[in-house]
Design a protein around this ligand. Sequence first.
Ligand SMILES: [Zn+2]
Ligand SMILES: [Zn+2]
Ligand SMILES: [Zn+2]
Length: 160
Amino acid sequence: MDHAITPTGQHDHAHCVSSALAAAEARCTGTAKLTQSRRRVLEIVWESHRPVGAYDILDRMAKDGNPAKPPTVYRALNFLLEQGLVHRLESMNAFIGCGSTSVDGHAAQFLICRDCNMALELDDPTLRKALDQAARNSGFRVDRRVVELSGVCADCQKAA
Ligand SMILES: [Zn+2]
Ligand SMILES: [Zn+2]
Ligand SMILES: [Zn+2]
């Protein structure tokens, strides 16, 4: 598939996690530091390619023996969203790590599997241009560019 950012099927996920954390460390400098709680939230988001909700993150932190209060987690998620390190998927009210290395806020398209919940991130410039053009034609100013498509992923189709 063209422009797929998320690796599919069997892959070395430890590599996904380490490169995401390294990219986050590199991006968060100066006053926008990746504090310990922000880093922990990012690590939890990156445990899989399945979106996680804020309450899943709170549960996970409590299980780790490091319980956090909801505002702490929401603030960390907002910071990660602002830095472009995670995306919010409105349809699931959940968050997913961004696999793109582009620095500027990019347009993301997600293919979300309703069987296994995997969210495959695409960054297709053709699609982005077409959507921006269509919005401009309607005199619309876009400030959030996350497209969510739901269906069944290739792995789940094979398993069925
Ligand atoms: Zn991975
Ligand atoms: Zn992204
Ligand atoms: Zn699936």
